[in-house]
Write a new protein. Structure first.
Length: 497
């Protein structure tokens, strides 16, 4: 910042947008709707005029042609100050872009990057685009709950011992289930070896703003941290921020990688929401999250009293060999005692109570709380969950998802993800695909963690898991055949000769 004590009551993007409106400027630039005048009235009726009025260019609109007012630069500097980072960058293309930019800044084609295998599909997309060679680190598997927690520091240490030339490490924390890695220990390990640590903290944008939340990545010593403000903050969809500290990755290099991937037409609407959220958190974040944490505590107790439901807590998730910490705002509910799946329960709650849940898997449902929730929203959730318990008998099913054990779930990486994705491919029946090399991501969604990535050799158990999962209601949207009757694989060399 330009001065020692930044004024967090300012919101440079929002202030510039207000000035744009006040000065009555007439654009002869994109966007072509020209302040909504050209938009279909039926569209304006649904979206509202304010959306179009605030959809302006970042330059020759929000700022002048040369960006002399430094609107975005000042907004990013305020964000960095609010969370204690050295540099902050806004993204209007989501954390999917931000994490790719961080990966490109650390490793290049054919260079190795040590990555937790519970990474989001956006990380795998980064491997495909960059030609990076992944060195996978296994998550910590709970065999009783059939749930993966972030990898341990020992697992990363073992990976570095075997691959000392790896360029750095990437870990996902928190997971979509709210479980957190021992980030300070992993960062210290990386730094002892002179390597940077990138943290995909997409689910942790709120963590810097309350001491009773898990330690956020910058405080734990990470070099780059990627956060999705639209997930746990007040950002619009696609609003992401990535932070940088230290000298292991240069800010110019990171920005250049983001520019390589990002749009040249960023959304001022998304920028404005990011800027406003920073001001909200700087001024009121602690109080808002004190209320949210208290609300979550009461909600957890009330759900625990519902027949057939168990709310996972630290006793379930945090222990040696499991997670290091837990975000209590992720309400993870085991409903296996009801005799149904999370897929069926989630669909029933939407149909009968207009309740939309987050993660629904073979035995769990989850509700994500933020500072926006209150007794009204949680009351509706409780009413719906109690009704679900009463109707559970009608939702019971004999369809069983065949979840593999960890050894069967872990596939061998035999080709670079890029080579498999862009190579010659064919579709084969799922029950004939064992032993073949995957040419696509196969990702139960949400949470968006691939069960198979391009270049991995497919196993019978993983294929049966996905096929039985789809039969039970699992969604695999990125597959060439979402019904999982066929799988895209690499053409065998002899067949492609």
């Amino acid at each position: 910042m330009d001065h020692a004590s930044p004024d967090h009551s300012c919101a440079p993007v929002l202030d510039a947008l207000a000035a744009y409106h006040a000065t009555g400027q007439t654009p002869f630039t994109p966007p072509g709707h020209k302040q909504g005048r050209g938009a279909d009235p039926r569209v304006r009726e649904v979206l509202g005029d304010a959306v179009f009025l605030s959809d302006v260019l970042a330059t020759s609109g929000l700022d002048d042609r040369t960006s002399s007012r430094r609107v975005l630069e000042r907004a990013q500097a305020l964000m960095a100050d609010a969370v204690g980072a050295e540099h902050t960058f806004f993204s209007t293309c989501g954390s999917s872009l931000s994490v790719k930019a961080a990966m490109l800044a650390v490793a290049g084609p054919h260079e190795e990057l040590i990555i937790g295998r519970d990474a989001h599909k956006s990380v795998v997309s980064g491997l495909v685009l960059a030609g990076i060679r992944p060195v996978w680190v296994d998550p910590q598997w709970d065999p009783d709950l059939h749930l993966a927690h972030p990898p341990s520091v020992r697992a990363f240490e073992k990976a570095f011992d075997g691959r000392p030339d790896a360029r750095g490490a990437l870990v996902t924390s928190p997971t979509p289930y709210g479980t957190c890695a021992a980030l300070a220990d992993i960062a210290a390990l990386c730094h002892r070896r002179g390597k940077p640590l990138v943290v995909d903290e997409a689910w942790g944008a709120h963590l810097p703003f309350h001491p009773d939340l898990p330690t956020w990545a910058m405080d734990a010593g990470a070099d780059v941290c990627v956060t999705s403000v639209h997930k746990m903050g007040s950002g619009l969809e696609q609003g992401s921020v990535f932070h940088l500290q230290g000298d292991r990755i240069g800010p110019a290099a990171l920005k250049a990688c983001a520019d390589l991937l990002g749009t040249t037409s960023p959304s001022v609407l998304v920028y404005a929401a990011l800027d406003g959220w920073r001001r909200q958190m700087a001024e009121h974040g602690r109080a808002l999250y004190s209320d949210a944490l208290a609300l979550a505590g009461r909600l957890r107790e009330q759900i625990e009293d519902i027949d057939g439901m168990h709310v996972h807590d630290r006793a379930d998730f945090c222990a040696p060999g499991r997670a290091a910490d837990l975000d209590p705002l992720q309400i993870i509910i085991d409903i296996s005692a009801l005799g149904t799946t999370g897929y069926r329960a989630g669909d029933w709650l939407r149909e009968h109570h207009r309740i939309n849940l987050h993660v629904c898997d073979h035995r769990r449902i989850s509700a994500q709380l933020t500072h926006a929730d209150d007794t009204l929203t949680t009351g509706r959730l409780l009413t719906a969950l109690r009704d679900l318990s009463r109707h559970a008998r009608a939702l019971r099913t004999d369809v069983r998802v065949e979840v593999p054990d960890p050894a069967e779930l872990r596939l061998e990486q035999v080709m670079l993800p890029r080579d498999a994705f862009f190579g010659r491919t064919e579709l084969v029946p799922w029950d004939k695909a064992a032993g073949r090399v995957a040419a696509e991501m196969l990702t139960p969604y949400p949470p968006g963690i691939p069960a198979a990535v391009p270049g991995e050799r497919l196993g019978t158990e993983v294929l049966r898991y996905l096929r039985t999962g789809v039969e039970a209601g699992m969604v695999v949207p990125d597959a060439a055949d979402p019904a999982m009757e066929n799988v895209k694989v690499v053409v065998r060399p002899a067949e492609g000769a």
